[in-house]
Design a protein around this ligand. Sequence first.
Ligand code: DQA
Length: 145
Amino acid sequence: MKKIIIINGPNLNLLGNREDDIYGKESLDKIKADCEKKCHEKKIELTFFQSNNEGEIIDRIHDVNDNYDGLIINPAAFTHSSIAILDSLRAINKPKIEIHLSNIYAREEYRKKSITSEGVDGLICGFGGNSYLLGIEAISKLIYK
Ligand code: DQA
């Protein structure tokens, strides 16, 4: 059984109640339940984590090399600002995928640059909660290859 962690950044705990025209009406708990179902089908053990705190996110990224086969991250607003998260991603030698609910390239100028994606294998964005499931599809091909 392979193990992955999905890490969620700041304000994603508010999904469903937050700018639902952009992020959809699904709560993070609903997305988590869908991810658990998908991982079960793919024979992947899932840890699902959310934090509003940059340091806690970095600590969980540091856990990946020793404890997981892959990482999926939605760094939320840290995507556009955090060199610290980029550096921690670069230190991970397991498959890593960045995801976003919204298409960050079709939004405000300040969202069009993803600093953190320079530290991952690939990026999926713009499919709402489905971006998470597409991320699991993609990472399962990388970890079971
Ligand atoms: C987001 C996009 C970010 O720009 C934003 O700050 C978020 C959510 C997304 O999933 O679309 O909080 O990461």
